[in-house]
Ligand binder design. Structure first.
Ligand SMILES: Nc1nc2c(c(=O)[nH]1)N[C@H]1C(S)=C(S)[C@@H](COP(=O)(O)OP(=O)(O)OC[C@H]3O[C@@H](n4cnc5c(=O)[nH]c(N)nc54)[C@H](O)[C@@H]3O)O[C@H]1N2
Ligand SMILES: Nc1nc2c(c(=O)[nH]1)N[C@H]1C(S)=C(S)[C@@H](COP(=O)(O)OP(=O)(O)OC[C@H]3O[C@@H](n4cnc5c(=O)[nH]c(N)nc54)[C@H](O)[C@@H]3O)O[C@H]1N2
Ligand code: SF4
Ligand SMILES: [Mo]
Length: 688
């Protein structure tokens, strides 16, 4: 392979996006000149999103970090001096050894997420290092853990409908997902279904891009989805639209559920959700009478106090109608279960000196940095930008500003988080590494081999943690394994039958390999709950102190149609801050091209709410609650119900204005899975 030469090289999109596209990277004179979708890749089929078409601008950006840095000014200011890798490694290893002796290794906390989805980058040598060190563990629950818990209580197995099968559906409900922006190849598949006459329905708190594309959009109040799903069940049972034989054979608790949902007649559900009775009736009929129906459960509705229950309840719907027997019927929440690899071999939990070590929830990093009992004395951040993405962000920033906290950040850019680091380390881009990628949606495993040389002194996560492991004197064999050896170990995992036949050799020859989907051919054989059935009534939820049957609980911070905010309530608007089209979480937020495409950080506000505050389109506005203040530009629009305001995208702090929306979001944990509750937030807005 000619890393520096001209040519077209196969690559994988490393971003935290379900589509995990196969790419072709065009190079001339060692520079990337074009990134496009691989036309051969069965899911990508040559099409990729606009943000990654401009990936070259990110990878070859003049502001990319090139050298290790040491802080010379106050934390947050961004003044650093260049140091050598030897110095950086010596300083980190020295500090970690000293802290381990003085406070115990649990005083050191890794903070990482999936800024690069490569298995070796985020679930490999890095984990080995923190395991061998005996550092505190991080509960990585910022993204989808509430919904995953809710889904698993119902289905057991963490997988659903295969993407390609959804072309067969007659009704596709996109529930709390903005797939035009966040899962574009599902839109392509849904379009195929639509050409055959399928209807696409979107249930969301605002008319997002997906709702604009859909056949029918139903807006509702945030956090009321469980009530809507219970209302649909009420009608399905009432009108005989359920599949009794299926429920008898494959579910637990359908009689209890039938009685339970009597309490959710459409009139009550309409009041709670804001959806008119006639629409609830129409939706239930469409869903219940469809030959094949598919529900795409997005991430949005689970970032709430009741997020686990929202997913749990929606996941019950296809069982009422027997949809799991149909190819393309059923639901998708995540398909991670199909791609699971040998994580014990990769991460080596056996290296831990103390398996009882504490774990700290990543959503509560602000609070964790305030602890005085067993304090966190060092942080190692990689593949994440917590000062922007974590909730209650001002509390997070204050924690990061602690003078006595030793912070290392490994990234490609000097992010808002990296500005608070004592040591900043330059990371390679995924195109410069060897790595292996699964997808949490489609069924292809892909290999990335380096297609360019690392610029400056950038190092991959694998190389960095291998160096650190060796500097700390850990087992040299474990910390000098090659990427190919690790990939072999990752794929050697007989417990996952779908990995059968996926080998490094095939990946080297073919770039991407499809999982073997023949084991347990019928989806119903994959159920892995206690009872082996779909648990409409869940004993394990009962044991966990949760309602055994799907139950609507209002948000702790928020309103539904029954409990409108009282006059004089300090924060009467519900604030939702979902991803935007052109960024990937906070990745790309620092690039001018992507910023321009987004037209700045905006606040979408309903004409009624705007008028009540004397706000007109284009006004500069301040949003505030007890957690802090954010400054945005108002966009007056009727895309949501009055009482809900929306700002899309995770922007880095502005030079002139405060625009990190997470300053306003709560660090409470969701009902299940210790997940994030970003969207269960209320604010007030005023003109600036
Ligand atoms: N372009 C782009 N793509 C991305 C990302 C990105 O930042 N940008 N992020 C990636 C990641 S990490 C993830 S997890 C996925 C997330 O992608 P999705 O699964 O699409 O989830 P979100 O975009 O978080 O939220 C989807 C929708 O949920 C709505 N929503 C909020 N609260 C509620 C509610 O109570 N009920 C209902 N019904 N809807 C509600 C929001 O308005 C939003 O339109 O996307 C991935 N892909
Ligand atoms: N208000 C609000 N907050 C949210 C969300 C929301 O919808 N609303 N979404 C939440 C969700 S679903 C998620 S998943 C999280 C995502 O939060 P994060 O995982 O923190 O995602 P990013 O902001 O994209 O930050 C990833 C960072 O990793 C860096 N990176 C990329 N590749 C590498 C590499 O190979 N090595 C190293 N060391 N670094 C690398 C990137 O440059 C980038 O700075 O945000 C959450 N926060
Ligand atoms: S961000 Fe998603 S849609 Fe865009 S190229 Fe990457 S995997 Fe494909
Ligand atoms: Mo996410």
């Amino acid at each position: 392979m000619s890393q520096n030469g001209n040519g077209i090289f196969p690559a994988v999109c490393p971003l935290d996006c379900p589509d995990t596209c196969g790419l072709l990277v065009h190079k001339r004179d060692g520079k990337i000149i074009k990134v496009e979708g691989n036309p051969q890749h069965p899911i990508t089929q040559g099409a990729i999103c606009n943000k990654v078409r401009h990936m070259a601008e990110r990878v070859q950006h003049p502001e990319r970090l090139m050298h290790p840095l040491r802080r010379v000014g106050p934390k947050g200011e961004g003044s650093f001096e260049i140091i050598s890798w030897e110095e950086a490694i010596r300083e980190i290893a020295g500090k970690f050894s000293q802290l381990s002796t003085e406070y115990g290794a649990e005083s050191i906390l890794p903070y990482s997420f999936y800024g690069n989805m490569g298995v070796l980058s985020v679930d490999g040598m890095d984990r080995r290092f923190f395991n061998a060190l005996g550092a505190s563990r991080l509960q990585q629950t910022i993204c989808n853990s509430a919904g995953t818990a809710g889904w698993k209580y119902t289905m057991g197995f963490n997988g659903g409908t295969s993407p390609e099968d959804t072309v067969n559906a007659d009704v596709i409900i996109v529930w709390g997902g903005n797939i035009v922006s966040t899962n574009m190849h599902q839109v392509v598949l849904a379009e195929k279904a639509r050409k055959r006459g399928a209807q696409v329905i979107v249930i969301d708190v605002h008319r997002n891009r997906t709702a604009q594309w859909a056949d029918w959009f139903l807006p509702l109040y945030p956090g009321t989805d469980t009530a809507l799903a219970l209302g649909l069940m009420h009608i399905l049972f009432r009108d005989g639209l359920t599949d009794e034989l299926f429920m008898e054979r494959y579910t637990v608790g359908h009689q209890e559920l039938r009685e339970h949902v009597e309490a959710y007649p459409p009139e009550r559900v309409a009041e709670i959700t804001g959806i008119p009775v006639a629409d609830i009736e129409r939706l239930a009929k469409l869903y219940g009478e469809a030959e094949i129906s598919h529900i795409h459960i997005g991430n949005g509705l689970q970032h709430h106090d009741n997020g686990g229950m929202n997913v749990r309840t929606i996941a019950c719907l296809p069982a009422l109608t027997g949809q799991w027997q149909k190819t393309g019927g059923g639901a998708y929440k995540s398909n991670s279960g199909y791609t699971s690899m040998n994580s014990r071999a990769l991460t080596r939990p056996d290296l831990r000196p103390d398996s009882q070590v504490r774990s700290i929830n990543m959503n509560k990093i602000g609070e964790a940095l305030e602890m005085t009992d067993r304090p966190v004395k060092a942080l190692f951040v990689y593949c994440s930008n917590p000062v922007v993405v974590a909730p209650d962000a001002e509390r997070v920033r204050t924690g990061f500003a602690r003078e006595d906290l030793f912070t290392v950040v490994h990234d490609l850019f000097l992010t808002d988080t990296a500005r608070y680091a004592d040591i900043v380390l330059p990371a390679t881009s995924s195109f410069e590494n060897t790595d292996i990628f699964g997808s949490y949606w489609h069924h292809y495993i892909q290999l990335q081999e380096p297609i360019m040389e690392a610029p400056g002194e950038c190092k991959s996560n694998a190389e960095l943690f291998s160096l650190l492991g060796q500097a700390m004197g850990f087992d040299s064999e474990i910390f000098s394994q090659s990427e190919h050896e690790m990939i072999r170990e990752a794929l050697d995992y007989p417990r996952n039958p779908y990995l059968n036949g996926v080998t490094l050799e095939r990946l080297l020859a073919e770039s991407y390999v499809k999982l073997d989907m023949t084991p347990k051919e019928s989806f119903l054989e994959r159920l892995s709950t206690e009872s082996g059935k779909i648990e409409l009534y869940s004993k394990s939820m009962e044991r966990a102190g949760l309602p055994a049957l799907p139950t609507y609980t209002p948000l702790k911070e928020g309103y539904d149609g029954l409990r409108r905010p009282e006059v004089g309530t300090p924060y009467p608007l519900m604030f939702i801050s979902p991803p935007n089209h052109n960024f990937l979480n906070s990745t790309f937020s620092n690039l001018e091209k992507h910023q321009k495409l987004e037209k700045g950080p905006l606040l979408q506000i309903h004409p009624e709410d705007a008028a009540a505050r004397g706000i007109t389109d284009g006004d500069e506005v301040t949003l505030f609650n007890d957690r802090g203040i954010v400054e945005l530009t108002a966009r007056v629009t009727d895309k949501m119900l009055p009482g809900t305001v929306i700002s899309q995208g995770l922007w880095w702090e502005g030079k002139e204005r405060r625009q990190r929306v997470n300053v306003l979001t709560p660090d409470r944990l969701s009902d299940m899975g210790n997940g994030a509750t970003f969207f269960s937030t209320t604010v007030e807005v005023k003109r600036r």
